[in-house]
Ligand binder design. Structure first.
Ligand code: ADP
Ligand code: MG
Length: 729
């Protein structure tokens, strides 16, 4: 008899929603109260220091050492006023979560007392013992020197009693060891490349920011059940479990009423998020039972990424107050909707224009089309890189399964814009256009906002969809740090924008007028990138065939997909753009492969243990009962009756035996394969072995266990079942 599963179910029956202390003031009155934002800077900093931070944020200018002293002192006073006792550099190393090392403010003085101390050097540079963060060999381990340096574009904040200072993390020799450094480089590049194009349309544009609004999906599971599932605890997904008779077939969960305990959890998160200036705007149930989503109002990309990382941290902590565990894994349950993190991406100018939103005049619409078409072209040319940027061990289970777009990258823009682009492609020619032709083309371009207004079609099956005033990159997994896909997207689009500028300049040198040159280049791009556009059902079988015919790639294997970063074309592009050097790309490739290998390795070990220690003994116990029953029948029935009466039991006994043997054999084989893989010297060979040889064992072993779950007496089954995990809350 399994105690943990049943005592967990008992615990849950007694649970009540945890009372959350609501703030006594309106949200607007405490929003950002724990953030050292511009308003607080004005209060705590000298004018010189304030201006210097503002310039650093707006123009990326350097902060002088002397000013850093003043800023540090201002931040310190503010943080102490908020009750902080410690400070930490908060950064995003390549293992995917955030890192922090806390130091106390206090410092002993010569006369034996203590003072609160925090100088400019503590703000600008810190040297954590970084030997255990992944660096892909860039930083010699014995040196253990990584530097963290303040990123003024993301404001400092206080959590509990700790002042957190968002920082970049670089090696002694200047290579990026984190997610943030390349992201900032890519944003800088995007700014330059986009401003140059905006200048063709409007001389007032001097700054372009990338914007990001992420939609975070997640599952909640009661902590008692979580603790009764070692696979969830150790791998964040279920490695076994037969489908529940009812899960999401009735589609009765999406936007349904939010359960009370969950509501309390959401409220507490929102309060904490608002204090930290994270503008959470929406909350709702998602498609699967016990699956939810929240989304903020979009922000500048760097800040949005920090806020997402921060929120994931907070959610993880707060879930515990409510006896929940939050699952960010992309596919915690087989056969049920997975979790994504759709990234809504656009470009905003200092003049208040969204460059992916159609304007009111033909001129602003031509600018809109320029950014739209260049983005499509970038996705077309670099589809493999974009896929590589979103792939992970977890996301590989989600892509192409049930709800998520497949590993084929395509772009959806809707019927109206499709017509518009095809029009341009057919009407613009390299011959000089007549004035009439130009006027009519411009008139049509001028009509875009009207057609988009009633453009209600929304394709939820596309991995990269235009949704009226932004692109929604939907292939990103829920557990991801969005820096990597955002860095990649920013870089390929910037690279494309620079190409556009060159192409237009070349035509103009040959005497072609500005507008016509722009139209001609855009037409060329529309034609060249046509095959990436797809308006149909991205989940369908027919699309997979069609994509293959079009020559679009469809790489489902994780290590194979990563290789896109390693081509000469990609390395040349990244280093020409100064976003990632070859050394950094190589290091990142190794780190990602290693992470993948370790994840599959852990899953494989956990499943092996559970199969041998939990499942097989349970099945043998049940089988023994059946055998006893058969023996009893033999005693009480006649020879003729016995055969008939015991046939069901006999079949079951045999079935269990066959499956137990199969499981045992597969677990042993898998172990041998792991041993072989672990001896391999090259990281790529290891990852390939784990992906192509070991990973398939997981599914095969599970298929037997899931059948056994249906056969064995429910009261004996040791682990919470899908129906229990998905419907208790
Ligand atoms: P839906 O579920 O319909 O996709 P949501 O409200 O869940 O919509 O999320 C939409 C996200 O897109 C929000 O975070 C929103 O702020 C963001 N968004 C809206 N406009 C932009 C923009 N110009 N740039 C980036 N993100 C945007
Ligand atoms: Mg949404």
């Amino acid at each position: 008899m399994s105690h943990l599963r049943f005592s967990a179910l008992e615990d849950i029956r007694k649970r009540k929603a945890v009372e959350v202390q609501l703030p006594s003031v309106k949200t607007s009155e405490y929003f950002g109260s724990n953030v050292f934002d511009l308003k607080k800077m004005q209060e705590y900093l000298s004018e010189e220091a304030y201006e210097s931070v503002k310039q650093a944020v707006e123009r990326g200018s350097k902060i002088e050492r002397k000013v850093a002293e003043q800023i540090a002192s201002g931040i310190k006073s503010w943080a102490l006023d908020r009750g902080a006792t410690h400070y930490t550099h908060w950064f995003q190393p390549l293992h995917g979560t955030t890192a922090e090392k806390h130091d106390a403010f206090f410092q002993p003085t010569k006369d034996g007392g203590v003072i609160e101390n925090f100088g400019g050097d503590k703000l600008v540079q810190q040297e954590p013992d970084a030997s255990s963060f992944p660096s892909g060999g860039i930083r010699n381990t014995f040196e253990a020197r990584g530097y963290t340096a303040w990123d003024p574009s993301s404001p400092a904040f206080v959590i509990g009693t700790t002042l957190c200072i968002p920082t970049i993390f670089v090696s002694y020799t200047g290579e990026a060891l984190d997610y943030k450094t390349p992201l900032l480089r890519s944003l800088n590049l995007l700014d330059k490349a986009a401003v140059e194009i905006c200048q063709l349309f409007d001389r007032n544009v001097t700054k372009v920011n990338g914007t990001l609004g992420w939609e975070q999906e997640y599952f909640l599971v009661d902590e008692a059940l979580y603790h009764a599932r070692p696979d969830l605890m150790l791998t964040k997904r279920t490695l076994m479990g037969h489908a529940s008779a009812k899960d999401q077939q009735l589609a009765d969960n999406y936007f349904g009423s939010i359960p009370e305990r969950v509501m309390s959890f959401m409220k507490e998160i929102e309060i904490e998020a608002y204090k930290l200036g994270i503008p959470i705007k929406t909350r709702h149930n998602e498609v699967a039972p016990n699956q939810f989503e929240c989304a903020p109002v979009y922000e500048e990309i760097n800040l949005a990424v920090d806020h997402n990382q921060l929120l994931m941290d907070i959610m993880d902590k707060i879930a515990r107050h409510h006896n929940f565990r939050v699952l960010f894994h992309e596919k915690p349950y087989k056969g049920v909707n997975g979790s994504g993190k759709h990234c809504n991406w656009s470009l905003a100018t200092n003049t208040g224009v969204n460059l992916l939103s159609p304007g009111k005049t033909p001129k602003s619409n031509l600018q809109f089309l320029t950014f739209l078409i260049n983005t499509i072209k970038a996705v077309h040319d670099w589809q493999d890189l974009l896929r590589a940027s979103i792939m992970s061990s977890g996301n590989s289970h989600r892509l192409g399964a049930h709800e998520a777009p497949p590993a084929i990258i395509s772009v959806f823009i809707g019927e109206q814009l499709t017509k518009m682009l095809d029009e341009i492609a057919s009407r613009v020619s390299t011959k000089k256009m007549t004035p009439d032709e130009k006027t009519s083309l411009k008139l049509d371009v001028g009509k875009i906002p009207e057609i988009l207004l009633d453009n209600t079609d929304r394709n939820r099956t596309s991995p990269f969809a235009f949704t009226g005033n932004r692109f929604e990159f939907r292939a990103i997994g829920s557990s991801a740090n969005t820096s990597n896909p955002m860095t990649t997207l920013n870089t390929v689009v910037s690279n494309q924008l620079m190409e556009f500028t060159r192409d237009v300049k070349a035509l103009r040198k040959n005497g072609v007028k500005k507008d016509e040159a722009i139209f001609q280049v855009l037409k060329d791009y529309i034609v060249k990138s046509k095959k990436i556009r797809f308006e149909g059902d991205g989940y369908s079988e027919s699309w997979i065939k069609e994509a293959e015919k079009r020559g679009l790639s469809n790489i489902k294997d994780v290590p194979d997909s990563f290789s896109a970063f390693m081509t000469k074309k990609s390395k040349d592009m990244f280093s020409a753009c100064h976003v990632l050097s070859e050394v950094e790309i190589n290091a990142r490739f190794d780190i990602r492969l290693e992470r993948f290998t370790k994840k599959v390795q852990i899953e494989s070990r956990v499943l092996g243990d559970l199969a041998i220690n939990h499942i097989i003994p349970t099945c043998i116990n049940f089988q023994t009962k059946l055998i006893e029953n058969v023996n009893g029948l033999k005693e009480v029935s006649s020879k003729e009756d016995f055969k008939r009466l015991s046939s069901l039991q006999m079949d079951t006994i045999l079935d269990i035996s066959e499956r137990i043997n199969a499981v045992k054999k597969l677990v042993n084989e898998m172990k041998e394969e792991r041993k072989k893989a672990n001896k391999m010297e090259k990281i790529l060979d290891q990852a390939n072995a784990y992906s192509k040889i070991i990973k398939p064992y997981l599914l095969e072993i599970r298929s037997h266990i899931d059948r056994l779950e249906l056969i064995v007496d429910d009261r004996m089954w040791p682990m919470p079942k899908y129906r229990e995990l998905l419907f208790n809350r």
